[in-house]
Design a protein around this ligand. Structure first.
Ligand code: HEM
Length: 407
């Protein structure tokens, strides 16, 4: 298990060439061992068929991270960054059976109440605010200046944050996303903001996800509500940012797309769908634990070992017929009972953001042809999407926004 030959799904070499580790994993079988952080090991499923079999087999596989043998026995470094998403919390992401159904129903109901048209308008407004800050400069890093922040601003509204709490929430999430030395403190700030928000909405309900969670007939406890909201923000913002950044990159770098950018929404939609298949924003996730020693597609799966899905490898599985590889049944949103419940809102946010930046920054050109991803095993996100464009005045931006854009 400690062999240096294990594929590594973290670090600079992986971030620079993720396909090398993924090809290596695939060559080892439908499920294979990988190192996901220094000294932290997991089994990773690369076969599309095996991934679907696992994701639908709730009798054999559990999401409960308290089953993680290495963590329980002190073999996972206390400060490993993988714990932020793999450590157990009392939320739907780590729940099975009836507990999951109860928490998931509350999540589905609350996300289902979002007015998607309004969400799109909110997103366009926030996107325009961020663009106005860089528009006179003529250069932009689409990740740092735009994609990382648009979903956060939209989420602050969805959660019903008053302005001051919203600003703190955005700053705390940015600290978590940057994963620097202040990440631990930022995560505490985020929990603090969410706790404050829950308290606030108990007294002053609004038309927002926090209020809908608080008043849901499943009668969630404060701790459950807090953790549901933590998953919404924690599981939602980074992949949405990655999806925006990677889609803009594809639209600007692929000749066929850049020629047809005047095609507007249809072209953007096509590029976004392609990104989900070829650059899954959640490259490796859907962590499970076998309830007992078992076998998956001929590979021994011991109980207590994290087994995760490479959504990236499954989507690009050469065993899939070419027509299926191009189809919409990719696994970027996962599958089975834990499939992402936010496909609608995530798509509205990402599409509105991509359309707005392309509409408002004219003649955008990438300045780096190849950039590494951000390090870490879970998300697939370019570390930067640097571009130049024709600098614009505030008046020109207003005109472009009101005409629907002409870039
Ligand atoms: C509005 C933005 C988003 C929100 C609020 C959101 C929320 C969630 C939540 C609450 C879950 C847990 C579901 C459960 O355990 O039953 C989840 C799971 C998941 N989401 Fe999303 N999500 C968002 C965007 C995205 C994006 C853009 C992607 C990638 C394309 C994505 C991929 C996934 C995947 C792969 C899972 C399964 C995780 C697992 O089983 O461990 N999500 N999401």
């Amino acid at each position: 298990m400690t062999s240096p030959a294990l594929p590594r799904l973290f670090g600079d070499a992986y971030a620079a060439q993720p396909h090398v580790a993924i090809d290596q994993l695939r060559s080892l079988g439908p499920v294979a061992w990988a190192e996901i952080d220094e000294g932290v090991h997991a089994l990773v499923v690369t076969s599309h068929r095996a991934a679907l079999d696992l994701l639908h087999d709730t009798a054999t596989y559990s999401k409960d991270a308290r089953r993680w043998w290495a963590l329980n026995n002190g073999h996972v470094p206390k400060h490993s960054p993988v714990l932020a998403l793999m450590g157990w919390r009392p939320s739907l992401l780590y729940a099975d059976g009836a507990t999951h159904q109860r928490l998931r129903a509350a999540m589905d109901d609350c996300l289902g109440r979002i007015d998607l048209q309004e969400l799109e308008e909110i997103t366009r407004r926030h996107a325009a605010t961020l663009i106005s800050r860089v528009a006179p400069l003529g250069t932009v890093d689409v990740m740092a200046d735009f994609a990382d922040t648009v979903p956060l601003m939209a989420f602050a509204d969805l959660l019903g944050c008053p302005q001051e709490v919203g600003a703190r929430l955005v700053a705390a999430c940015q600290g978590v996303i940057n994963a620097g030395p202040g990440a631990g403190l930022a995560a505490q700030d985020l929990i603090g903001c969410l706790a404050e928000l829950v308290g606030l909405k108990r007294h002053r309900p609004g038309r927002d996800i926090t209020t809908w969670m608080v008043t849901h007939h499943a009668q969630l406890s404060d701790e459950e509500i807090l953790n549901q909201l933590f998953v919404v923000v924690g599981a939602g913002t980074i992949p949405t940012a990655a999806w925006i950044g990677q889609s803009v990159r594809l639209l600007l770098s692929d000749e066929e797309y850049s020629r047809s950018l005047v095609g507007g929404a249809v072209t953007v939609k096509r590029a976004m769908e392609q990104t989900l298949r070829t650059h899954s924003p959640m490259a490796h996730f859907s962590v499970h634990f076998a309830r007992h020693d078992t076998v998956l597609h001929g590979i021994q799966i011991p109980a207590g070992i994290p087994i995760m899905i490479s959504h990236q490898a499954a989507n690009t599985d050469p065993a899939l017929p070419a027509e299926t590889r191009g189809a919409r049944d990719h696994l970027a949103w996962s599958a089975g009972p834990h499939r992402c419940p936010a496909v609608g809102p995530a798509t509205r946010i990402a599409q509105a953001a991509v359309e707005t930046i392309l509409d408002q920054l004219w003649a955008m050109r990438l300045t780096d042809q190849s950039v590494p991803n951000r390090p870490g095993p879970f998300h697939q996100c370019p570390s930067a999407v640097s571009a130049t464009f024709k600098p614009a005045t505030a008046a020109a931006l207003t005109a472009a926004a009101s005409s629907g854009g002409t870039a």
